[in-house]
Design a protein around this ligand. Structure first.
Ligand code: AMP
Length: 219
């Protein structure tokens, strides 16, 4: 399956993407994770992305699209992938169509995670990530680790993303509404979008997502 996951920051895209990718046996391709890996490795791309990410703005399309093209060329993405955080604007969606056309493939579906805005802010403010694996995600209230600051899964150090500050979150939400939301309409015109409520327990949302994707694939 070739899937795009959309939703505002804090909708639980990272959590759901990791679970869905595992269930569907496809790689989870997160542009945010790819940028963060470049930042921790100190690459030129990481240096460029860091300050832009800290402001909550979008990294320029040219470098983002090139990074995704490279990633989708890797062998593990041959039989499917789950894109998380890309495309984030219409230009990127058009570029993705071009990349897939070159491969002779197409998207199977776009899953839109819907969450009320006040919930988004609560989720982001308490979010903590593991330094070893971004799929290990906790929340100080909703999903606290057994020991504060320590990942239950691997013992790694938990940290708060520097772009999860209240001010940056406001910019990220604004960017989501102005830049990213229009891609939902873009994909809806292609009959690809399924919107699901992303409230409730993590596994319930995953079950809802799998059911929606299977239904969409059978349409
Ligand atoms: P995320 O982990 O998806 O919340 O992304 C974190 C940050 O990485 C975003 O706020 C952007 O600054 C940057 N970013 C991630 N994906 C993209 C993208 N597709 N285009 C431009 N910037 C991106």
């Amino acid at each position: 399956m070739r899937i795009v996951l959309v939703g505002p920051p804090g909708a639980g895209k990272g959590t759901q993407a990791a679970l869905l990718a595992k269930t569907l046996s496809i790689p989870h391709v997160s542009t945010g994770d790819l940028f963060r890996a470049n930042i921790s490795q100190g690459t030129e791309l990481g240096k460029l992305a860091k300050s832009i990410m800290d402001e909550g703005k979008l990294v320029p399309d040219e470098v983002t699209i090139a990074m995704v093209r490279d990633r989708l060329h890797q062998q593990d993405a041959e039989n499917g992938f789950l894109l998380d955080g890309f495309p984030r604007n219409t230009a990127q969606a058009v570029a993705l169509d071009g990349i897939l056309k070159d491969f002779g493939i197409a998207l199977d579906g776009v899953l839109d995670l819907e969450v009320p805005e006040d919930e988004v802010v609560r989720r982001i403010a308490g979010r903590r990530l593991c330094r070893n694996d971004s799929a290990h995600i906790f929340h100080v209230l909703y999903n606290p680790p057994k020991t504060e600051g320590v990942c239950d899964v691997c013992g790694g150090e938990l940290y708060q993303r520097s772009d999860d500050s209240e001010e940056t979150v406001r910019t990220r939400l604004e960017v989501y509404h102005t830049e990213t939301e229009p891609i939902i309409e873009y994909y809806a015109k292609q009959g690809l979008v399924t919107t699901i409520p992303a409230l409730g327990k993590v596994d319930e949302v995953t079950e809802r997502a799998i059911a929606a994707l299977r239904e969409n694939a059978n349409d």
